[in-house]
Design a protein around this ligand. Structure first.
Ligand code: NI
Length: 138
């Protein structure tokens, strides 16, 4: 079990007002939980900067009639099979596909994979969500 420590923070009134406004909009009921989340967020950012083991998700939207592109994306995913936890393929309509690729591995490798998946000609949109394995967070 982890022990809780209380500490005080001094900051400008205006800044605190803006912070509280943001908390209200996001649905926080107290400042402590919001500060905890900010700390966790910065720790996860650091994991990515320091090339730690991380997780995340890549999204791709493309036209599946472009067979060359489909093959290219498949080849890249096979090259990085060690980093891919799962790929979900959704047929959005007659032409467009959405792929959601769950990833895990060293940050640099994940970014490299994202770069390769987003560069082929014909990709309509790519998205990237940086997450964590959760191992180093409380
Ligand atoms: Ni499809």
């Amino acid at each position: 079990m982890t022990s809780l420590i209380r500490f005080g923070i001094s900051l400008e009134k205006g800044l605190l007002y803006k912070f509280d406004e943001q908390l209200k909009k996001r649905g926080y009921t107290n400042r402590s939980e919001a500060v905890r989340d900010l700390i966790r967020e910065s720790l996860v950012k650091k994991e990515w900067q320091e090339n730690k083991e991380v997780s995340g998700a890549i999204t791709l939207v493309y036209n599946h009639h472009k067979r060359e592109l489909v093959n290219q994306l498949m080849d890249i995913q096979h090259d990085y099979h060690n980093n891919i936890l799962s790929t979900q393929h959704l047929h959005l309509d007659e032409d467009n596909c959405l792929e959601i690729i769950a990833i895990k591995g060293r940050a640099k490798q994940i970014k490299e994979l994202y770069g390769k998946l987003s560069s082929p000609k014909g990709i309509k949109h790519t998205g990237f969500a940086e997450a964590t394995t959760g191992n180093k967070l409380l």
